[in-house]
Design a protein around this ligand. Sequence first.
Ligand code: DAH
Length: 339
Amino acid sequence: MKEQLQNIELRAKKELESVKDTAELESLRVRFLGKKGELTAILKGMAGLSAEQRPVIGQIANRIRADIEDAISNRLKEISAQQEAKRLVSERLDVTLPGKKPQIGRVHPLNQVLNEIEEIFIGMGFDIAEGPEVEYDYYNFEALNLPPDHPARDTQDTFYITDSILLRTQTSGVQVHVMEKKKPPIRIIAPGRVYRSDAVDATHSPIFHQIEGLVVDRGITMADLVGTLDLMMKRLYGEDCRIRLRPHHFPFTEPSAEVDVLCFNCGGKGCSMCKNEGYVELLGAGMVHPKVLKNCGIDPEEYSGFAFGLGLERVVMRKFGINDMRMLYENDMRFLEQF
Ligand code: DAH
């Protein structure tokens, strides 16, 4: 029996060396020391021993059990340490590696400036109005004092859909929609896409954006127009910005003006960007023509108004010093990331 016990001890210790994980360790413990294990099986045979042999064998069995338990718990420590070391290696991170920069989207420069202009006008009590891009000839031309044979129609190469339906060439038609629906006082801006059959180059695109402005009330004068535009330009381009009005002609305003701003490049001294003018043209404006008011059911004897229309692309290009309009549409990330 003593030999059997020593044999168990030997085998248990030998097998322990090749145990690789805690599950194997547990099954080994059950096999040797468990209730149905080898050691227990032998101890059951002790009943047949003599009274002198029994304590001797009992002592040996207890020592062997304790030894095996010790060996198991030592092996457990070894295995745990190995597993921990493995885990640490697999989870190692090099905190000195440069991080991956997340790609953060941003607002397109056209929308940045549009948002800015909208904020400026909302601050002055204007509402934002919208009109359709597929428009009736009536709203785009006729109601704006451009009858069918008017020569000014030729200057806006129009995409016609039918004889009376077209892609709007200007946002000015929104003026008519607004005045038809709402009685003065009216204070709106109407941003939107417009279409002209132009070839693409650095300063032209068949699709571009305008922002229309319209104010109608009693006693509105040219001074209100100048004051509004001056404030807007100073907010947009800085306090040093100055505007200048030149007489012009638009069928839907009388008198009409083209509005220039001080050249951003040379500050008025004259350079290649402003063609030595010191100023660059930015928008058209004027006092709403009495015929237009009348067409929209507003009495020109009682009310007057001013209107303006500016090209968003032009404003954006001037603001950021962009010299080719196509960059605004190509969505080249190297360009867009700069804003
Ligand atoms: N609609 C004109 C254009 O596209 C711009 C314009 C000029 C708008 C004068 C106006 C205005 O409202 O009063 O060239």
